[in-house]
Write a protein that binds this ligand. Structure first.
Ligand code: IPE
Ligand code: IPE
Ligand code: MG
Length: 240
C-alpha cells in the first residue's frame, strides 16, 4: 500500500466526545492524548516520515480560561510522558506556531525535548501549537520585506520556493494527506499554504476514537486516490 510521506491531522471532536458521555470537555482532551500516542506510533511503524498535529490554534486562546489551562497542563504532561517513546524510536520533535505565547513550563519542556531529539531521523513529529496559517503567511511576508528593505533581496527574486523557505514548515515535505476527525468540513486556519495539493480525508469519528484501524482506513483510501496535480488521468497513467 502506498503510504503518505507527510500526514497532517486536525484532531477535532474531543469536547463533543466527552459531552456525549456526560463528561467534562477536559476528559475528552485526555482521551485524545491517548489517540496521539497510538497514531504517532502507527504512523512511524507504517513508514510515514512526517506527522503534523494541529494541537492548539491561535483561535483556541479564546476558549474559557480553565479549558486553556487544562490543555496546557495536558501538553506539559504529554511531553514528559512521551520523552522515552520519542527518543527511543528516532522521532524528531518539532513545533510550529507562536510558541512564545505558551506558558513557561510548556515552552521549557518543548525546547528541551526538541533539542534532545534533534538528530533523530525516523520520523519528524510536528506539533502545531498556538498556530494559525494566516499569521504564518504574514510573518513570512514580513521577513521577505525586511530582506528587500535591507537591499538583500530584489522583489522579482521572490518565488514560491523562496516564500515557502520563510514558513515555519521550511524543510518539511508538503502534506500528502490531511485528515480531519469529527466531521467539520473546514480548514480552521491550518497550514493554508502547505495544503494546496494535499488529499483531504474527513471522518465523522471524533479524535478520541480515532485509532490504528481508523488510520489504516484513511491510508487505504489515500492509496486509491489518483493525484493528478492539474494533469489529465491519461498523463498520470503514462507517467508523464
Ligand atoms: C479538538 O477538540 C481539540 C482542540 C481544539 C484543542 P475540540 O475541543 O475542538 O472538540 P469539539 O470540536 O468541541 O468537539
Ligand atoms: C481546530 O479545531 C484546531 C485544533 C484541532 C487544534 P477547532 O475545534 O478549534 O476548530 P473550529 O473552531 O471548529 O473551526
Ligand atoms: Mg472543535
Amino acid at each position: 500500500m502506498r503510504v503518505p510521506e507527510h500526514v497532517a491531522i486536525i484532531m477535532d471532536g474531543n469536547g463533543r466526545w466527552a459531552q456525549a458521555r456526560g463528561l467534562a470537555r477536559l476528559a475528552g482532551h485526555e482521551a485524545g492524548a491517548e489517540s496521539v500516542r497510538e497514531i504517532a506510533r502507527a504512523c512511524r511503524e507504517s513508514g510515514v516520515r512526517a506527522l503534523t498535529l494541529y494541537s492548539f490554534s491561535t483561535e483556541n486562546w479564546s476558549r474559557p480560561g480553565d479549558e486553556v489551562a487544562g490543555l496546557m497542563a495536558l501538553l506539559a504532561r504529554f511531553l514528559v510522558q512521551e520523552r522515552r517513546e520519542i527518543l527511543d524510536h528516532g522521532i524528531r520533535l518539532n513545533a510550529i506556531g507562536q510558541t512564545d505565547r505558551l506558558p513557561a513550563p510548556v515552552r521549557a519542556a518543548l525546547t528541551e525535548l526538541m533539542t534532545a531529539s534533534r538528530h533523530n531521523q525516523q520520523m519528524v513529529l510536528t506539533l502545531a501549537l498556538s498556530y494559525g496559517g494566516r499569521a504564518e503567511i504574514v510573518e513570512a511576508a514580513r521577513k521577505l520585506a525586511r530582506k528587500a528593505a535591507a537591499g538583500r533581496l530584489r522583489p522579482d527574486q521572490i518565488d514560491e520556493a523562496s516564500f515557502a523557505a520563510e514558513l515555519s514548515t521550511a524543510g518539511l515535505p508538503e502534506p500528502d494527506l490531511l485528515i480531519r476527525t469529527s466531521g467539520e468540513l473546514r480548514l480552521s486556519n491550518f497550514l493554508l499554504w502547505q495544503l494546496a495539493y494535499a488529499e483531504l480525508y474527513v471522518t465523522d469519528v471524533p479524535w478520541p476514537d480515532f485509532r490504528r484501524p481508523q488510520l489504516e482506513a484513511a491510508f487505504q483510501q489515500f492509496g486509491g486516490r489518483e493525484r493528478r496535480f492539474g494533469k489529465t488521468g491519461a498523463q498520470i497513467a503514462e507517467g508523464r
